[in-house]
Design a protein around this ligand. Structure first.
Ligand code: F6P
Ligand code: MG
Length: 452
């Protein structure tokens, strides 16, 4: 991948842990080392499994991996320079070029280190270094250090999953009789369910259980006032725009891309929304984008995606298993597809995508709508910078406009744009943690097509 060209031009500086007391600082100082300790624990707890699977070699790999991760933890805690990767994988050179780029921005005399570099970069780098430690020890290189907490979070949300699948199957029974207004109402509900599903990530809680206990459908109206920007009507217009007859009198159904965030309950909310898009005829195809390595504790990998569909199918509950069977057949028929481009696990802001991952950008360009789930995607959309809250969303995207896009995000990092004048100040007086508690959310839309 080419170097990151977009840094700084006409944009405020990126958030960084160098600002003592900031959320970025506290994350790097406290939350990231805690996550590393939990990763080390998870590997240690699986020692017997490694022995059963690979004999003494598995135990040696466990020890060596823990050694590398302890060293990483120490580098982080003592603000050591960021090191080049050495695992020789597909993305290694891109990571090392990105480091050089950061170094030239900082100047040669000061090494790029954990507390001096942009927060987005070092946080992504930590997850890539965890993967390097695993990959350098081949017998255990398939081990997902976050697998246990992701599956646990799915099981702990069972009641909410059942309630959601039951709601979905109820819609099916009379979907052909729904008027356009009723379809729109269901769409808005499911969009909000997917939005609030984003509360359940395991990175903000440093891996501690954070699941959904009850069905959010019942609470949507109570939560409405916590949505700071709600562009969902524009999202509906973008979706239905292609269905209006064109010049030749024919209408065409579009495809929707969902850039996934977390496994567990949030993934189920995304699958339910995607199911509705297909079954209601709002889209002809949904492409899911996940991560190719374990990422930010709870993010979806191909394995999590397939596992979730299999678990849903195998459930003991009629409507839940029916939903799972339906999802499996969408996958088999190619109506749904799963993709994991390496760009999603790079530290780049998304305005770099056209230059650094042109194939991915071209894929997104073909969509009627791209939904970006979660907080990390929002940070990458806006470059994780010190934007003024009133800067318009499209300006913060800095030219990243492959297709009509929408961010569905609960706020868990201190970057927020597109607010009304005074709105940010008012929120700060009411609740000092409004940007990081996950209590507030945004549905922010932007389209390159003027008519939408
Ligand atoms: O570690 C902090 C962080 O990057 C926050 O920005 C956010 O809370 C979390 O990790 C990831 O959140 P999400 O799963 O919504 O992308
Ligand atoms: Mg996440």
């Amino acid at each position: 991948m080419a170097a990151n060209r977009a840094l700084f031009h006409g944009a405020p500086p990126p958030l960084s842990a160098k600002v003592e007391g900031s959320f970025a600082y506290l994350t790097v100082r406290d939350r990231l080392p805690t996550i590393l300790t939990r990763v080390i624990d998870a590997i240690h707890r699986n020692k017997n499994k490694f022995f059963e699977d690979f004999g003494e070699e598995g135990v040696r790999a466990e020890k060596q991996t823990i050694g590398l991760l302890s060293k990483l933890r120490n580098e982080l805690l003592t603000d050591k320079p960021i090191l080049a990767l050495c695992d020789g994988l597909e993305d290694t050179d891109s990571w090392n070029q990105y480091l050089q780029r950061q170094q030239s921005l900082l100047g040669e005399q000061d090494p790029v280190s954990w507390f001096k570099a942009p927060w987005l970069y070092v946080e992504c780098y930590m997850y890539r270094r965890i993967q390097e430690a695993i990959w350098l020890n081949p017998p255990i290189s398939d081990f997902d250090v976050f697998h246990e907490c992701k599956t646990q979070s799915f099981f702990e949300s069972q009641q909410a999953v059942i309630a959601l699948c039951t709601y979905l199957q109820g819609i099916y029974r009379n979907i052909d009789d729904l008027s356009e207004t009723q379809l729109m109402e269901v769409f808005h509900k499911l969009l909000q369910v997917s939005l609030w599903g984003n509360k359940c990530d395991l990175s903000i809680s440093a891996g501690v259980e954070n699941s959904q206990k009850s069905c959010p459908i019942e609470f949507l109206s109570d939560l409405k006032s916590f949505i700071l920007v709600d562009d969902s009507k524009m999202v509906w217009s973008a979706l239905t725009f292609t269905q209006r007859p064109g010049e030749n009198g024919k209408s065409s159904l579009g495809s929707v891309d969902i850039v996934l965030d977390n496994a567990g309950f949030e993934l189920v909310t995304d699958l339910v929304l995607a199911d509705f898009l297909i079954s209601s005829g709002l889209a002809k195809e949904v492409r899911f984008h996940g991560k190719s390595i374990p990422w930010f504790v709870s993010d979806v990998t191909a394995n999590d995606f397939q596992w979730t569909i299999r678990q849903t199918m195998a459930a003991n509950h009629k409507w839940m298993s029916k939903s799972g069977v339906q999802w499996q057949s969408y996958m088999r028929e190619g109506v749904w597809s799963y993709h994991d481009h390496p760009f999603w696990t790079m530290p780049h802001e998304y305005c770099d995508m056209a230059g650094d991952a042109p194939d991915l950008y071209a894929t997104l360009k073909g969509a009627t709508l791209v939904l970006f789930k979660g907080d990390l995607n929002y940070r990458k959309l806006t470059g994780d910078r010190e934007w003024d809250h009133t800067v318009p969303f499209d300006r913060a995207l800095r030219g990243f406009q492959p297709a009509p896009l929408c961010s569905l995000r609960t706020l868990k990092a201190n970057v927020q744009v597109g607010l009304q004048p005074g709105q940010g100040e008012q929120l700060s007086t009411q609740d000092s943690s409004w940007m990081t508690s996950g209590k507030y959310a945004v549905v922010q839309f932007c389209s390159p097509h003027k008519e939408q």
